[in-house]
Design a protein around this ligand. Structure first.
Ligand SMILES: Cc1cc2nc3c(=O)[nH]c(=O)nc-3n(C[C@H](O)[C@H](O)[C@H](O)COP(=O)(O)OP(=O)(O)OC[C@H]3O[C@@H](n4cnc5c(N)ncnc54)[C@H](O)[C@@H]3O)c2cc1C
Length: 483
Protein backbone atom coordinates (compact mmCIF):
# COMPACT_ATOMS: atom_id res chain seq x y z
CA UNK A 1 0.00 0.00 0.00
CA UNK A 2 2.75 2.42 0.95
CA UNK A 3 4.46 1.81 -2.36
CA UNK A 4 1.57 3.64 -3.95
CA UNK A 5 2.70 6.81 -2.24
CA UNK A 6 5.78 6.94 -4.39
CA UNK A 7 4.05 5.90 -7.56
CA UNK A 8 0.86 7.95 -7.50
CA UNK A 9 0.98 11.59 -6.68
CA UNK A 10 -2.76 11.31 -6.01
CA UNK A 11 -2.32 9.04 -2.96
CA UNK A 12 -3.64 10.21 0.43
CA UNK A 13 -1.14 12.19 2.51
CA UNK A 14 0.99 10.15 4.90
CA UNK A 15 1.17 11.12 8.56
CA UNK A 16 5.00 11.13 8.45
CA UNK A 17 7.79 11.09 5.87
CA UNK A 18 11.36 10.68 7.17
CA UNK A 19 14.12 11.83 4.81
CA UNK A 20 17.37 9.96 5.46
CA UNK A 21 17.83 6.28 6.30
CA UNK A 22 20.83 6.39 8.63
CA UNK A 23 20.77 5.53 12.36
CA UNK A 24 18.39 8.47 13.02
CA UNK A 25 15.80 7.39 10.46
CA UNK A 26 16.08 3.72 11.45
CA UNK A 27 15.61 4.43 15.17
CA UNK A 28 12.62 6.69 14.52
CA UNK A 29 11.04 4.13 12.21
CA UNK A 30 11.36 1.53 15.00
CA UNK A 31 9.51 3.76 17.46
CA UNK A 32 6.82 4.78 14.94
CA UNK A 33 6.19 1.11 14.11
CA UNK A 34 4.39 0.63 17.41
CA UNK A 35 7.43 -0.35 19.49
CA UNK A 36 6.72 1.33 22.79
CA UNK A 37 9.29 1.66 25.59
CA UNK A 38 8.18 1.05 29.19
CA UNK A 39 10.28 0.91 32.32
CA UNK A 40 11.11 -2.64 33.41
CA UNK A 41 9.52 -3.99 36.55
CA UNK A 42 11.60 -3.01 39.61
CA UNK A 43 14.24 -1.08 37.67
CA UNK A 44 17.48 -0.18 39.41
CA UNK A 45 19.00 2.93 37.93
CA UNK A 46 22.27 4.33 39.30
CA UNK A 47 20.91 7.88 39.10
CA UNK A 48 18.69 8.13 42.24
CA UNK A 49 16.66 11.09 40.97
CA UNK A 50 15.87 9.38 37.68
CA UNK A 51 15.17 6.14 39.57
CA UNK A 52 12.59 7.92 41.73
CA UNK A 53 10.92 9.49 38.69
CA UNK A 54 10.81 6.14 36.87
CA UNK A 55 8.97 4.60 39.84
CA UNK A 56 6.20 7.23 39.75
CA UNK A 57 4.16 6.00 36.74
CA UNK A 58 5.64 2.68 35.58
CA UNK A 59 2.43 1.76 33.76
CA UNK A 60 2.79 4.77 31.39
CA UNK A 61 5.18 4.36 28.46
CA UNK A 62 8.18 6.68 28.27
CA UNK A 63 6.77 8.09 25.01
CA UNK A 64 3.59 9.15 26.84
CA UNK A 65 5.33 10.59 29.89
CA UNK A 66 6.57 14.16 30.27
CA UNK A 67 10.08 13.74 28.86
CA UNK A 68 11.04 17.25 29.88
CA UNK A 69 10.39 16.30 33.52
CA UNK A 70 12.18 12.94 33.19
CA UNK A 71 15.29 14.48 31.62
CA UNK A 72 15.52 17.48 33.94
CA UNK A 73 18.91 17.67 35.66
CA UNK A 74 20.62 14.89 33.68
CA UNK A 75 24.24 15.58 32.81
CA UNK A 76 26.60 13.92 30.37
CA UNK A 77 28.42 14.19 27.07
CA UNK A 78 25.52 15.70 25.13
CA UNK A 79 23.85 19.07 25.51
CA UNK A 80 20.46 17.59 24.59
CA UNK A 81 18.44 16.59 27.69
CA UNK A 82 16.38 14.03 25.74
CA UNK A 83 19.52 12.48 24.23
CA UNK A 84 20.90 12.09 27.77
CA UNK A 85 17.59 10.62 28.98
CA UNK A 86 17.26 7.92 26.31
CA UNK A 87 20.95 7.07 26.61
CA UNK A 88 20.65 6.82 30.42
CA UNK A 89 17.65 4.48 30.04
CA UNK A 90 19.41 2.25 27.50
CA UNK A 91 22.97 2.32 28.94
CA UNK A 92 22.47 3.27 32.61
CA UNK A 93 26.09 3.28 33.82
CA UNK A 94 28.11 3.29 30.63
CA UNK A 95 29.96 6.54 31.39
CA UNK A 96 31.31 4.89 34.55
CA UNK A 97 32.57 1.91 32.55
CA UNK A 98 29.61 -0.28 33.60
CA UNK A 99 27.60 -2.67 31.45
CA UNK A 100 24.28 -2.64 33.34
CA UNK A 101 21.29 -3.74 31.29
CA UNK A 102 18.82 -1.23 29.91
CA UNK A 103 15.97 -0.35 32.27
CA UNK A 104 13.57 -0.38 29.30
CA UNK A 105 11.16 -3.13 28.32
CA UNK A 106 9.73 -2.92 24.80
CA UNK A 107 6.09 -3.71 23.98
CA UNK A 108 4.88 -4.12 20.41
CA UNK A 109 1.54 -2.29 20.10
CA UNK A 110 0.58 -2.26 16.40
CA UNK A 111 -2.48 -0.10 17.10
CA UNK A 112 -0.15 2.72 18.14
CA UNK A 113 1.96 2.56 14.97
CA UNK A 114 2.06 5.71 12.84
CA UNK A 115 2.24 5.04 9.09
CA UNK A 116 5.44 6.48 7.69
CA UNK A 117 7.99 6.21 4.90
CA UNK A 118 11.77 6.42 5.25
CA UNK A 119 13.37 7.79 2.09
CA UNK A 120 17.10 7.39 1.47
CA UNK A 121 19.55 7.48 -1.40
CA UNK A 122 21.34 4.26 -0.45
CA UNK A 123 20.70 1.13 1.59
CA UNK A 124 19.81 1.68 5.27
CA UNK A 125 22.83 2.73 7.31
CA UNK A 126 23.44 6.33 6.27
CA UNK A 127 26.93 7.78 6.54
CA UNK A 128 28.31 4.36 7.52
CA UNK A 129 28.09 3.28 3.87
CA UNK A 130 30.65 5.88 2.87
CA UNK A 131 33.15 5.01 5.63
CA UNK A 132 35.79 2.44 4.67
CA UNK A 133 34.65 -0.90 6.14
CA UNK A 134 37.89 -1.70 7.98
CA UNK A 135 38.00 1.65 9.83
CA UNK A 136 37.43 1.48 13.58
CA UNK A 137 34.85 3.65 15.30
CA UNK A 138 35.90 6.48 17.53
CA UNK A 139 33.12 5.55 19.93
CA UNK A 140 32.89 2.39 21.98
CA UNK A 141 31.26 -0.36 19.95
CA UNK A 142 28.43 -0.68 22.51
CA UNK A 143 27.38 2.87 21.80
CA UNK A 144 26.63 2.13 18.13
CA UNK A 145 23.64 -0.09 18.96
CA UNK A 146 19.96 0.80 18.37
CA UNK A 147 17.06 0.10 20.77
CA UNK A 148 16.23 -3.45 21.84
CA UNK A 149 18.98 -5.24 19.88
CA UNK A 150 22.41 -4.87 21.40
CA UNK A 151 25.23 -4.44 18.91
CA UNK A 152 27.53 -6.68 20.93
CA UNK A 153 24.96 -9.54 20.88
CA UNK A 154 24.69 -9.29 17.09
CA UNK A 155 28.50 -9.21 16.86
CA UNK A 156 28.96 -12.26 19.04
CA UNK A 157 26.40 -14.18 16.95
CA UNK A 158 28.67 -13.39 14.00
CA UNK A 159 31.55 -14.75 16.10
CA UNK A 160 33.30 -11.41 16.01
CA UNK A 161 34.27 -9.03 18.77
CA UNK A 162 35.47 -5.51 19.50
CA UNK A 163 39.05 -4.28 19.28
CA UNK A 164 39.93 -1.95 22.13
CA UNK A 165 36.15 -1.81 22.71
CA UNK A 166 35.73 -0.39 19.22
CA UNK A 167 33.90 -1.77 16.16
CA UNK A 168 34.55 -1.58 12.42
CA UNK A 169 32.41 0.55 10.10
CA UNK A 170 31.77 -2.59 8.01
CA UNK A 171 30.21 -4.41 10.96
CA UNK A 172 28.13 -1.39 11.90
CA UNK A 173 26.60 -1.00 8.47
CA UNK A 174 25.75 -4.73 8.40
CA UNK A 175 24.18 -4.48 11.86
CA UNK A 176 21.98 -1.54 10.77
CA UNK A 177 20.73 -3.49 7.75
CA UNK A 178 20.11 -6.55 9.92
CA UNK A 179 18.25 -4.34 12.42
CA UNK A 180 15.88 -3.01 9.72
CA UNK A 181 15.12 -6.57 8.55
CA UNK A 182 14.89 -8.16 12.01
CA UNK A 183 12.60 -5.47 13.42
CA UNK A 184 10.23 -5.74 10.44
CA UNK A 185 10.89 -2.18 9.28
CA UNK A 186 11.73 -2.96 5.64
CA UNK A 187 8.20 -2.19 4.46
CA UNK A 188 8.68 1.44 5.54
CA UNK A 189 11.98 1.93 3.74
CA UNK A 190 12.29 3.18 0.16
CA UNK A 191 15.96 2.99 -0.73
CA UNK A 192 17.20 4.55 -3.95
CA UNK A 193 15.07 7.66 -3.37
CA UNK A 194 16.71 11.03 -3.74
CA UNK A 195 14.64 13.87 -2.32
CA UNK A 196 15.05 17.04 -4.35
CA UNK A 197 12.38 19.27 -2.83
CA UNK A 198 10.31 19.70 0.34
CA UNK A 199 7.64 22.37 0.16
CA UNK A 200 5.03 23.48 2.63
CA UNK A 201 1.53 23.63 1.20
CA UNK A 202 -0.40 25.87 3.50
CA UNK A 203 -3.73 27.57 3.76
CA UNK A 204 -2.02 30.07 6.02
CA UNK A 205 -1.13 32.99 3.77
CA UNK A 206 1.13 34.45 6.46
CA UNK A 207 3.36 31.36 6.59
CA UNK A 208 6.96 32.46 6.11
CA UNK A 209 8.09 29.15 4.65
CA UNK A 210 7.48 28.85 0.93
CA UNK A 211 3.72 28.63 1.19
CA UNK A 212 1.84 27.58 -1.90
CA UNK A 213 -1.75 27.67 -2.83
CA UNK A 214 -3.28 24.39 -1.63
CA UNK A 215 -5.53 24.46 -4.71
CA UNK A 216 -2.55 23.08 -6.64
CA UNK A 217 -3.16 19.75 -4.91
CA UNK A 218 -6.76 18.67 -5.05
CA UNK A 219 -6.21 16.03 -2.34
CA UNK A 220 -5.45 18.68 0.27
CA UNK A 221 -8.67 20.23 1.49
CA UNK A 222 -7.66 21.87 4.74
CA UNK A 223 -4.75 22.40 7.12
CA UNK A 224 -1.14 22.44 6.06
CA UNK A 225 0.84 19.73 4.38
CA UNK A 226 4.25 19.11 2.90
CA UNK A 227 4.98 18.01 -0.63
CA UNK A 228 8.12 15.90 -0.96
CA UNK A 229 9.47 15.44 -4.50
CA UNK A 230 12.38 13.48 -5.84
CA UNK A 231 13.57 10.56 -7.93
CA UNK A 232 13.21 6.86 -7.26
CA UNK A 233 15.81 4.59 -8.86
CA UNK A 234 15.00 0.90 -9.25
CA UNK A 235 16.24 -1.85 -11.58
CA UNK A 236 13.79 -0.57 -14.17
CA UNK A 237 15.20 2.96 -14.19
CA UNK A 238 14.74 6.34 -12.54
CA UNK A 239 11.29 7.87 -12.07
CA UNK A 240 10.21 11.14 -10.49
CA UNK A 241 7.93 10.85 -7.46
CA UNK A 242 5.80 13.15 -5.32
CA UNK A 243 4.46 12.31 -1.88
CA UNK A 244 2.38 14.35 0.55
CA UNK A 245 2.90 14.26 4.28
CA UNK A 246 1.44 15.92 7.35
CA UNK A 247 4.83 15.84 9.08
CA UNK A 248 8.33 15.66 7.59
CA UNK A 249 11.41 14.61 9.55
CA UNK A 250 14.78 15.77 8.21
CA UNK A 251 17.37 13.11 9.06
CA UNK A 252 19.79 13.57 6.18
CA UNK A 253 22.96 13.97 8.24
CA UNK A 254 25.83 16.30 7.50
CA UNK A 255 28.24 14.24 5.45
CA UNK A 256 27.02 14.79 1.91
CA UNK A 257 29.00 17.88 0.85
CA UNK A 258 32.74 17.79 1.60
CA UNK A 259 34.15 21.19 2.61
CA UNK A 260 36.37 22.89 0.06
CA UNK A 261 39.47 25.03 0.47
CA UNK A 262 38.28 27.59 -2.06
CA UNK A 263 41.71 27.89 -3.72
CA UNK A 264 42.74 28.14 -7.37
CA UNK A 265 42.99 24.79 -9.15
CA UNK A 266 40.82 22.91 -6.63
CA UNK A 267 38.56 21.82 -9.51
CA UNK A 268 41.43 20.02 -11.31
CA UNK A 269 40.81 16.30 -11.83
CA UNK A 270 43.63 15.11 -9.54
CA UNK A 271 42.18 17.03 -6.55
CA UNK A 272 39.63 14.97 -4.58
CA UNK A 273 37.56 15.56 -1.46
CA UNK A 274 36.74 12.07 -0.17
CA UNK A 275 38.63 9.22 1.42
CA UNK A 276 36.88 6.79 -0.91
CA UNK A 277 38.61 8.52 -3.88
CA UNK A 278 41.96 7.52 -2.34
CA UNK A 279 40.83 3.91 -1.92
CA UNK A 280 39.58 3.91 -5.51
CA UNK A 281 42.84 5.36 -6.86
CA UNK A 282 44.84 2.64 -5.05
CA UNK A 283 42.48 -0.07 -6.28
CA UNK A 284 42.79 1.20 -9.87
CA UNK A 285 46.61 1.42 -9.49
CA UNK A 286 46.55 5.14 -10.36
CA UNK A 287 49.00 5.64 -7.50
CA UNK A 288 51.54 3.37 -5.84
CA UNK A 289 54.82 3.35 -3.93
CA UNK A 290 56.78 4.74 -6.92
CA UNK A 291 54.43 7.66 -7.67
CA UNK A 292 55.02 11.25 -6.66
CA UNK A 293 53.66 11.79 -3.15
CA UNK A 294 49.96 12.27 -2.62
CA UNK A 295 48.94 15.39 -0.72
CA UNK A 296 46.58 15.00 2.24
CA UNK A 297 45.11 18.23 3.56
CA UNK A 298 43.49 18.38 7.01
CA UNK A 299 44.13 17.35 10.61
CA UNK A 300 40.93 15.56 11.57
CA UNK A 301 40.23 11.87 11.86
CA UNK A 302 39.34 11.38 8.18
CA UNK A 303 42.71 12.87 7.17
CA UNK A 304 44.34 10.56 9.75
CA UNK A 305 42.48 7.56 8.29
CA UNK A 306 43.78 8.55 4.83
CA UNK A 307 47.36 8.73 6.16
CA UNK A 308 47.03 5.31 7.77
CA UNK A 309 45.61 3.87 4.56
CA UNK A 310 48.40 5.39 2.41
CA UNK A 311 51.01 4.24 4.94
CA UNK A 312 49.62 0.72 4.78
CA UNK A 313 49.95 0.80 0.95
CA UNK A 314 53.48 2.35 1.10
CA UNK A 315 52.32 5.41 -0.79
CA UNK A 316 54.42 8.54 -0.11
CA UNK A 317 52.46 11.34 1.60
CA UNK A 318 52.82 15.09 2.08
CA UNK A 319 50.49 16.13 4.90
CA UNK A 320 49.53 19.82 5.17
CA UNK A 321 47.38 21.33 7.91
CA UNK A 322 46.82 24.78 9.37
CA UNK A 323 47.12 24.15 13.11
CA UNK A 324 50.18 23.68 15.33
CA UNK A 325 50.80 20.03 16.20
CA UNK A 326 50.36 20.82 19.90
CA UNK A 327 47.22 22.90 19.45
CA UNK A 328 44.87 21.64 22.22
CA UNK A 329 41.93 21.90 19.78
CA UNK A 330 43.52 19.27 17.55
CA UNK A 331 41.45 16.07 17.95
CA UNK A 332 44.57 13.95 18.58
CA UNK A 333 45.31 15.98 21.69
CA UNK A 334 41.91 15.00 23.08
CA UNK A 335 41.98 11.21 22.52
CA UNK A 336 43.35 8.82 25.17
CA UNK A 337 46.47 7.16 23.76
CA UNK A 338 45.72 3.64 24.96
CA UNK A 339 42.32 3.47 23.30
CA UNK A 340 43.38 5.06 20.00
CA UNK A 341 46.94 3.83 19.28
CA UNK A 342 46.63 4.32 15.51
CA UNK A 343 45.62 7.99 15.79
CA UNK A 344 48.34 8.52 18.37
CA UNK A 345 50.79 7.10 15.81
CA UNK A 346 49.62 9.61 13.17
CA UNK A 347 49.98 12.43 15.67
CA UNK A 348 53.49 11.27 16.47
CA UNK A 349 54.35 11.31 12.76
CA UNK A 350 52.89 14.80 12.42
CA UNK A 351 55.16 15.97 15.25
CA UNK A 352 58.34 14.11 14.40
CA UNK A 353 58.43 14.30 10.65
CA UNK A 354 58.05 18.03 10.06
CA UNK A 355 60.30 19.68 7.50
CA UNK A 356 63.16 20.76 7.85
CA UNK A 357 63.92 18.03 10.42
CA UNK A 358 62.80 14.78 8.85
CA UNK A 359 62.42 12.06 11.46
CA UNK A 360 62.28 8.28 11.39
CA UNK A 361 59.25 7.78 9.13
CA UNK A 362 59.86 7.13 5.45
CA UNK A 363 57.34 8.21 2.85
CA UNK A 364 55.71 10.85 5.09
CA UNK A 365 56.34 14.60 5.41
CA UNK A 366 54.39 16.82 7.77
CA UNK A 367 53.69 20.49 6.98
CA UNK A 368 52.09 22.00 10.12
CA UNK A 369 50.83 25.59 9.98
CA UNK A 370 50.73 25.56 6.19
CA UNK A 371 47.95 26.45 3.85
CA UNK A 372 47.41 25.67 0.19
CA UNK A 373 47.75 28.56 -2.24
CA UNK A 374 47.21 26.90 -5.63
CA UNK A 375 47.05 23.61 -7.48
CA UNK A 376 48.50 23.81 -11.00
CA UNK A 377 47.56 21.79 -14.10
CA UNK A 378 50.97 20.05 -14.14
CA UNK A 379 50.24 18.48 -10.71
CA UNK A 380 52.12 20.88 -8.50
CA UNK A 381 50.90 22.38 -5.27
CA UNK A 382 52.04 25.75 -3.94
CA UNK A 383 51.97 26.02 -0.11
CA UNK A 384 52.46 28.96 2.21
CA UNK A 385 53.94 28.57 5.71
CA UNK A 386 53.12 30.65 8.81
CA UNK A 387 55.72 33.28 7.97
CA UNK A 388 54.32 33.73 4.48
CA UNK A 389 57.10 31.82 2.69
CA UNK A 390 55.87 29.88 -0.34
CA UNK A 391 57.10 26.44 -1.45
CA UNK A 392 56.18 24.14 -4.28
CA UNK A 393 55.90 20.33 -4.39
CA UNK A 394 55.15 17.84 -7.15
CA UNK A 395 52.21 15.65 -6.21
CA UNK A 396 50.41 12.79 -7.91
CA UNK A 397 47.00 13.45 -6.39
CA UNK A 398 45.52 15.62 -3.64
CA UNK A 399 42.90 14.67 -1.03
CA UNK A 400 41.32 17.61 0.75
CA UNK A 401 39.76 16.09 3.90
CA UNK A 402 38.74 19.07 6.00
CA UNK A 403 35.20 18.17 7.08
CA UNK A 404 31.81 18.24 5.45
CA UNK A 405 28.56 20.14 5.38
CA UNK A 406 24.94 19.07 5.06
CA UNK A 407 23.43 19.18 1.60
CA UNK A 408 20.06 20.84 2.12
CA UNK A 409 19.48 21.92 -1.48
CA UNK A 410 16.11 20.16 -1.24
CA UNK A 411 14.89 22.87 1.17
CA UNK A 412 14.00 26.44 0.26
CA UNK A 413 17.06 28.68 0.72
CA UNK A 414 19.14 25.56 1.60
CA UNK A 415 17.41 25.35 4.98
CA UNK A 416 19.12 28.56 6.18
CA UNK A 417 15.75 29.94 7.35
CA UNK A 418 15.42 26.98 9.73
CA UNK A 419 18.84 27.39 11.40
CA UNK A 420 19.59 28.86 14.83
CA UNK A 421 21.28 31.77 13.02
CA UNK A 422 19.02 32.35 10.01
CA UNK A 423 21.78 34.29 8.23
CA UNK A 424 24.34 31.46 8.14
CA UNK A 425 24.42 28.03 6.48
CA UNK A 426 23.31 25.03 8.57
CA UNK A 427 26.22 23.28 10.29
CA UNK A 428 26.02 20.54 12.92
CA UNK A 429 28.60 22.12 15.22
CA UNK A 430 28.15 25.84 14.66
CA UNK A 431 24.62 26.40 13.41
CA UNK A 432 22.22 23.44 13.64
CA UNK A 433 18.55 23.51 12.70
CA UNK A 434 16.66 25.26 15.49
CA UNK A 435 14.39 22.71 17.14
CA UNK A 436 12.38 22.51 20.34
CA UNK A 437 14.63 20.51 22.71
CA UNK A 438 11.79 18.19 23.83
CA UNK A 439 10.01 17.54 20.51
CA UNK A 440 12.74 18.25 17.91
CA UNK A 441 10.07 20.12 15.92
CA UNK A 442 11.39 23.16 14.05
CA UNK A 443 10.75 26.35 15.97
CA UNK A 444 10.24 28.07 12.59
CA UNK A 445 7.97 25.57 10.88
CA UNK A 446 5.33 23.38 12.57
CA UNK A 447 5.17 19.84 11.24
CA UNK A 448 8.83 19.90 10.22
CA UNK A 449 11.26 18.03 12.48
CA UNK A 450 15.05 17.63 12.35
CA UNK A 451 17.23 15.07 14.10
CA UNK A 452 20.77 13.69 14.18
CA UNK A 453 23.73 15.93 13.29
CA UNK A 454 21.33 18.34 11.55
CA UNK A 455 19.91 19.11 15.00
CA UNK A 456 23.36 19.15 16.63
CA UNK A 457 23.48 15.49 17.85
CA UNK A 458 26.69 14.16 16.36
CA UNK A 459 27.04 10.65 17.80
CA UNK A 460 24.89 7.60 17.16
CA UNK A 461 24.52 7.15 20.90
CA UNK A 462 22.79 10.51 21.12
CA UNK A 463 20.84 10.77 17.84
CA UNK A 464 18.42 8.24 19.36
CA UNK A 465 17.15 10.75 21.92
CA UNK A 466 16.01 12.87 18.98
CA UNK A 467 14.01 9.87 17.74
CA UNK A 468 12.39 9.52 21.18
CA UNK A 469 11.46 13.22 21.19
CA UNK A 470 10.02 13.15 17.65
CA UNK A 471 8.07 9.92 18.23
CA UNK A 472 6.70 11.21 21.52
CA UNK A 473 5.58 14.45 19.87
CA UNK A 474 3.98 12.67 16.89
CA UNK A 475 2.16 10.18 19.15
CA UNK A 476 0.86 13.03 21.29
CA UNK A 477 -0.32 14.82 18.11
CA UNK A 478 -2.05 11.62 16.93
CA UNK A 479 -3.72 11.11 20.29
CA UNK A 480 -3.62 14.03 22.71
CA UNK A 481 -5.12 11.76 25.45
CA UNK A 482 -2.88 8.68 25.37
CA UNK A 483 -3.82 5.46 27.20
C1 LIG B 1 34.35 9.20 9.22
C2 LIG B 1 33.26 9.23 10.27
C3 LIG B 1 33.43 8.58 11.48
C4 LIG B 1 32.42 8.59 12.45
N1 LIG B 1 32.63 7.95 13.63
C5 LIG B 1 31.64 7.92 14.56
C6 LIG B 1 31.79 7.20 15.77
O1 LIG B 1 32.83 6.59 16.04
N2 LIG B 1 30.77 7.20 16.66
C7 LIG B 1 29.58 7.83 16.41
O2 LIG B 1 28.67 7.76 17.25
N3 LIG B 1 29.42 8.55 15.28
C8 LIG B 1 30.41 8.61 14.35
N4 LIG B 1 30.24 9.31 13.21
C9 LIG B 1 29.00 10.10 13.07
C10 LIG B 1 27.83 9.21 12.64
O3 LIG B 1 28.11 8.72 11.38
C11 LIG B 1 26.58 10.03 12.68
O4 LIG B 1 26.33 10.45 13.98
C12 LIG B 1 25.35 9.24 12.25
O5 LIG B 1 25.58 8.49 11.09
C13 LIG B 1 24.21 10.21 12.05
O6 LIG B 1 23.08 9.50 11.64
P1 LIG B 1 21.95 10.15 10.76
O7 LIG B 1 21.02 9.04 10.44
O8 LIG B 1 21.41 11.36 11.40
O9 LIG B 1 22.69 10.66 9.42
P2 LIG B 1 23.53 9.86 8.35
O10 LIG B 1 24.13 8.64 8.92
O11 LIG B 1 24.43 10.86 7.72
O12 LIG B 1 22.44 9.37 7.29
C14 LIG B 1 21.72 10.26 6.49
C15 LIG B 1 21.41 9.59 5.17
O13 LIG B 1 20.52 10.42 4.42
C16 LIG B 1 20.92 10.41 3.06
N5 LIG B 1 20.46 11.61 2.38
C17 LIG B 1 21.02 12.85 2.44
N6 LIG B 1 20.34 13.69 1.63
C18 LIG B 1 19.35 12.96 1.07
C19 LIG B 1 18.32 13.29 0.13
N7 LIG B 1 18.19 14.52 -0.37
N8 LIG B 1 17.49 12.30 -0.27
C20 LIG B 1 17.63 11.04 0.23
N9 LIG B 1 18.57 10.68 1.12
C21 LIG B 1 19.42 11.64 1.52
C22 LIG B 1 22.44 10.37 3.16
O14 LIG B 1 23.00 9.95 1.94
C23 LIG B 1 22.64 9.39 4.30
O15 LIG B 1 22.69 8.09 3.80
C24 LIG B 1 31.22 9.30 12.20
C25 LIG B 1 31.03 9.94 10.98
C26 LIG B 1 32.03 9.91 10.01
C27 LIG B 1 31.80 10.61 8.70
Amino acid sequence: MLHAHLEQSSAKPLPVVIIGNGPSGICLSYLLSGNIPYVRRNPVHPNPILQRKLEETPEVSILDQDIEYLSEGLEGRSSSPVALLFDALMRPDTDFGGTADSVLAWAHQPDRAIPHLVLGKNLPGGAWHSIEGSMFTLSQGDWMGLPDLQFKDWLSKKKRGFRNNRATAGDIVQYYQYYVAKKGLKKNFRCGTLVTSVKKLSVDVDSCYNSQNPQTNPQVDSGSLFQVDGFLTTVSGTQPFSVYAENVVLATGTYDSPSRLGVKGEHLPFVHHTLSALEEAVKNKEIGMMSDPILIVGAGLTAADAILFAHHCNIPVIHAFRRRVNDPALIFNQLPKTMYPEYHKVHQMMKEQAIPYPGPYECYVSLPEHHIVTFTEDRKCIFCDKSGRQKIHNISMAFVLIGSNPNLTYLPNNGVDLAVDCEQPVSSKRNPIDVDPFTYESVHEKGLYAMGPLAGDNFVRFVQGGALAVASSLLKKANPNPP
